[in-house]
Write a protein that binds this ligand. Structure first.
Ligand code: ZN
Length: 270
């Protein structure tokens, strides 16, 4: 699943491809969205914004499309004519004269009035976004010591979008390693310096990953963005079980925590 940095790449890509140009074709596979196909034609996308792992596609008629890809959804950025049959139709198809993008499989696709978005149940629950330039480390030092987060294990907490929006599985391993914290510690057990290290790592690792994005040819689909991240961002511990820790003579180990693979160095992380 794309994490915060990859969701931001997708938003950047959709903005480059589609924003500011009149839409020549709009298709939705969900019956409740069909009525928007005609009314959006001729209007333009004003901005595509990543919020955590959700994407908000704003239109110049006061509507915003909310999409969340979850595990399997992906964007195809190639200009293809959408199939006519309802079964083959992507969840979302948006085209201008020069470009097109299609969202496949995503389980969450909803149209909202832009002015009502603050009431969206998923968006309203999101914690500070690790890639929002306005968010600072102080937002997280206080948060990790506060209810309801302080008693949760860090391995669990760092996947929870209500704690830190945009976090995901590779970021969890890399953030804990950067902060030198063991995954089964809880927020309440952290001293002031440890809480600061965690807060700094949450922002630094995510922002470094985002900045490391592809320099070469752009992928044809968002499925390739995670593979790109693995190549360009260079994980220190994630998927490096059995390799030497970059900081000590110990070996990286893998454990399943909160049902996901977590990689860490038991020597460096305390
Ligand atoms: Zn180590």
């Amino acid at each position: 699943m794309p994490e915060g940095p990859e969701t931001h790449y997708i938003a950047d890509r959709l903005n480059e491809l589609l924003a500011g140009q009149p839409l020549t074709e709009v298709r939705f596979s969900l019956p409740e969205l069909k009525k928007f196909e005609k009314s959006l034609k001729g209007h333009s996308i004003t901005d595509v914004e990543a919020r955590g792992k959700a994407l908000l596609t704003g239109f110049d008629n006061g509507l915003t499309l909310y999409t969340h890809s979850q595990l399997l959804g992906y964007w195809d950025f190639q200009h293809k004519t959408p199939p006519e049959s309802p079964e083959g139709l992507p969840r979302v198809y948006l085209a201008t004269r020069s470009a097109a993008a299609a969202l496949h499989i995503a389980p969450k696709v909803e149209m909202w009035k832009t002015q009502n978005l603050a009431a969206h149940p998923f968006l309203a629950k999101l914690g500070p976004d690790i890639l929002d330039p306005e968010v600072t480390a102080d937002d997280f030092t206080a948060r990790v010591h506060s209810a309801p987060f302080s008693r949760r294990k860090l391995a669990v907490l760092l996947l929870q979008q209500e704690f830190a929006a945009g976090m995901g599985n590779y970021l969890r391993s890399e953030v804990l390693y950067e902060a030198r914290l063991a995954p089964l510690r809880t927020g309440i057990s952290l001293g002031a310096k440890e809480a600061q290290a965690l807060a700094d790592a949450l922002l630094a690792v995510a922002r470094r990953s985002y900045r490391s994005k592809f320099k070469g040819a752009l992928p044809a689909s968002s499925k390739d963005y995670l593979a790109q991240t693995a190549k360009t961002f260079r994980f220190k511990v994630f998927e490096r079980e059995g390799y030497a820790c970059p900081s000590c003579d110990g070996k990286i180990v893998m454990e399943r925590l909160a049902s996901r693979r977590l990689y860490w160095c038991p020597h460096c992380q305390r």
